[in-house]
Design a protein around this ligand. Sequence first.
Ligand SMILES: C[S@@+](CC[C@H](N)C(=O)[O-])C[C@H]1O[C@@H](n2cnc3c(N)ncnc32)[C@H](O)[C@@H]1O
Length: 350
Amino acid sequence: MDDRSFVAAQDVILDMKKHWTTRLYPALKAEYAEKAAGSAPSSRHDVAELLQDSTTYRFFGWMERHLQRMKYSGPYGLDPYHKERSTALTGSLPDMSDDLRLELNPDFENPVYYETVDVHQHPGGVWSDAVSGFIYERGARSTTPMLGEKHRDMHGRLTDRAIRDGVPERMLDMGCGFGKSTRPFWEELRDTQVEAVDLAAPCLTLAAADAAQAQAENVRFRQMSAYETDYDDHSFDLVTSTMLLHEMPPEEIGKTFDECARVLKPGGRMVHLDFYILPDPFAEFIHYGHSRRNNEPFMVPLAEMDVRAELEARGFTNISIEPFQEAEGIDTENSPYWRFPWTIIAAERA
Ligand SMILES: C[S@@+](CC[C@H](N)C(=O)[O-])C[C@H]1O[C@@H](n2cnc3c(N)ncnc32)[C@H](O)[C@@H]1O
C-alpha cells in the first residue's frame, strides 16, 4: 500500500468520524428528545426502548463500530500499513539496550484480562507486535476527532491540573502507553523525576525513544503492571493515569488504588483521568453502547463502580470526582457533539 493511498483513506475515515460526531450524534439526540417528550426516561433501558426502531440510531451504531474497524483493519488500515513497514519502522528506533530510560522485562507475563480482548478494536492490542506502538500512536491522533491537531493539548491540560497543588519531586504515570500522557510532565517539570509504567513493550520502547531524542534525563519507562510495581512504600508525591482505569476489570482497579495508596507519601496526591460521570440516561445509553461497539468491555464496570466509596475505604481524603474539560470551549455539561465523559478522579493519601 502506498503512503498517499493510506493517508487519503485515513483522512476519509476521519472525516466520516467527524460527520458521526457533529451531525449524526446531534440528530440522534434531537430524535431522542422528541420521542422522550412527555415521558421521563429514568434509565438507559428506557432510552433503548424509545430508540429501538430508530434508523438514525442503527446508522449511528454501525458507523461507530465500522469506522474504527476500517481505521485499524481495513484495506488501508493502520494495522496492514504499519505491518508492511515493520522492518523499516523498528529499524528507525535507536538502540536502547544500555539506555537507563527504558527497562523491559522479557519474562513479563501479561494479566489474562489484557490478552483476552482487542481493546478499542486494535488487532492484537497495543502490545503483541513490534509495531503495535507505532499503530497506537498513529491511531491516537484521531481518537478525539473534534480536537484535531489539538489532541495533544488534552494531556497538557491534565498536567496543569495534576500540579495545581504543587510540583512533585517524584511522580509515577501509570499506564503510560507510548508516552503521550507522560511527555508533558518530563518536558515541563525538568526537576521532577518521572517514572512511567505500562505492560506494552512496543509502546514503552517508543516512549523511551522519544525521551532519548529530546535528551530528557528525568524520565524512565518500565515494563510492569500498575497494580504490582516494585517501587518503595511512600516514594512518590504524585501518581497519575490517563485512560487506564477503564481498560481494567474492577478487581484490578481496586488493586491499582491500593498500589497508589502504598507508593504515595502521606499527603501525596493521585490524579486519574478517565471516563466516569454520566449525567443522564441518554449519556449512559451512548456510553454503554460505545463500550459494546468499540470492544471496551471494562468501561461499564468502571461506570458502575462507586469510586468515591472505593477511595474512602482505602483512607483517601480530599476526594474530588469532576468533569474534565478536554479542550478550550468544550461544554462538559451539555455538549452538542459526541464526546467521551472525561472525568478527573483525584484524591490525597492521608
Ligand atoms: C488507552 S491507553 C492510554 C495510554 C496513555 N496513558 C495515554 O494517555 O496516551 C491505556 C494503557 O494502559 C495500559 N495498561 C492496561 N493495563 C495495565 C496495567 N495493569 N498496568 C500498566 N498498564 C496497563 C495499556 O497497555 C495502554 O497502554
